[in-house]
Ligand binder design. Sequence first.
Ligand SMILES: Cc1cc2nc3c(=O)[nH]c(=O)nc-3n(C[C@H](O)[C@H](O)[C@H](O)COP(=O)(O)OP(=O)(O)OC[C@H]3O[C@@H](n4cnc5c(N)ncnc54)[C@H](O)[C@@H]3O)c2cc1C
Length: 398
Amino acid sequence: MNLNYTPEEEQFRHHVRAWLNEHLPRDWQQLARAQSKRMDEWMAFLKRWQRQLYEAGLAGISWPKQYGGRGATMIEQLILIEEMARAQAPNMLNISIGIELVGPAIMHHGTEAQKQRYLPKILSAEEIWSQGFSEPAAGSDLASLQTRALVKDDSFVVNGQKVWMSWAEYSDYCILLVRTDPTAPKHKGISFLLVDMRSPGITIRPTKQITGEAEFSEVFFDDVVVPRENLVGGLNQGWNVAMTVLAHERGTSAIGYQVRLRTELDGLIRLTKQFERNGRPASQDPLLRQKLAQAYSEVEILKHNIYRAVTQIMRTGKPGPESSIIKLFWSEMDRRQKEIGMEMLGLYSQLVHESKGAIDDGWWPHAFLWSRAGTIYAGSSEIQRNIIAERVLGMPKG
Ligand SMILES: Cc1cc2nc3c(=O)[nH]c(=O)nc-3n(C[C@H](O)[C@H](O)[C@H](O)COP(=O)(O)OP(=O)(O)OC[C@H]3O[C@@H](n4cnc5c(N)ncnc54)[C@H](O)[C@@H]3O)c2cc1C
């Protein structure tokens, strides 16, 4: 990738920066911190925010124009994500599943009717999506999934259970992996469905997390009828579609992290200058300084690896093996960074949102707890290490 931007790209950066300056809601972070108590308000806010971005032509900008995108390049997408992260703007509600996972799946494997029906509404946040892949005994070993779908007339009848479905309660549709041929080898008997979350027979049970929020749920399917036209990629061909989803989940979604992690690190460095430990600013502690310097280098490494991954996508149209390295690296460094914050705050790290005396309104303990999730979702660290060893380095299976 050429690290010098063209005049048009620079102009686009100015346009995004100016738009964000004018439209970024001032008090959104307060609402974000209170989300465990005001989830409905938070979701409504995020929906409005995405709608605003869509109307300004800033949602899913690399998607083709006929499906509501801007037909922009990956570099422009990179610029937009960087600027949003730099302005500390809230993410779009439909980004992590609708735009980053469902969109590419339908774009690569869907029919024209499916593209026209679903894609624009993903961008405008008119329809919110969730992802029904994991099951109680099928997370890392996804192909072991047991949720069944029987073909009946012009429909599928679905029975089974999914777990960890992020935003299930607030979603209008989900992408669902189901077993349609139990006699076939496990990768070959799976189909990929688009399911209306308001269908009769769906029960959603939210799961409370360690942070106090309940962003994901267990979802039960009892004789849920899904029209045949909601099948993506052909009967028993769902594994191919799932692989497209997983490649995107580990690949493009990390683009903004380097700026977010850098902004958070800058915040931590500022804090160490103000926060006193043993009668002097924490920033004078040599051990802490060393850890901060290491964290700084890691953000730079992440940034250049992300640029490398973007170049790969521009050349080949799909994420390459860099995605697994990036996923492993950002999720582990996120944990290290938040651990430094907790260590620096000492006893103050126990004070959470709305506690008297909480530093940064309890942001650090919250971020620390959340950082544990990054090394699990979208493929755990152990699984990424296996993929890197076997598929990237060509080492023998253990
Ligand atoms: C915040 C969050 C949001 C999520 N959102 C969604 C969602 O929206 N939709 C969805 O479908 N899923 C979602 N998930 C589920 C996630 O994809 C799974 O948790 C993940 O794939 C791991 O699967 P598992 O939990 O079944 O763990 P397991 O597969 O049971 O693994 C348990 C442990 O064993 C290790 N392990 C497993 N197999 C191997 C192996 N072969 N070699 C070495 N180590 C191994 C794992 O790395 C892990 O440490 C979410 C998870 C989290 C934490």
